[in-house]
Design a protein around this ligand. Structure first.
Ligand SMILES: [Zn+2]
Length: 74
């Protein structure tokens, strides 16, 4: 579930809240709904060095596999 940081503009409190659909988010401290969503902080870097994925195996269709040449599911 998406967890976002919010800032209450009434009492200047920053809190986290789960966002489900279009459910309005209210401040847990003062209950005011005049909150603004903060930009999410990157939990981890987008790419890590030293962890090279085998791109040759992950990109492109498999050759000779179940779905590649056998035609079992395509
Ligand atoms: Zn508040």
């Amino acid at each position: 579930m998406p967890l976002f940081d919010f800032h209450c503009t009434s009492c200047d409190r920053v809190f986290e809240s789960l966002v489900r659909g279009s459910t309005p988010v209210a401040c847990p401290d003062c209950g005011d709904a005049s909150v603004e969503r903060l930009q999410p902080m990157p939990a981890r870097p987008a790419s890590r060095h030293g962890e090279a994925l085998p791109l040759a195996k992950r990109s492109g269709p498999p050759s000779g596999g179940c779905c590649g040449g056998g035609g079992c599911c395509h």
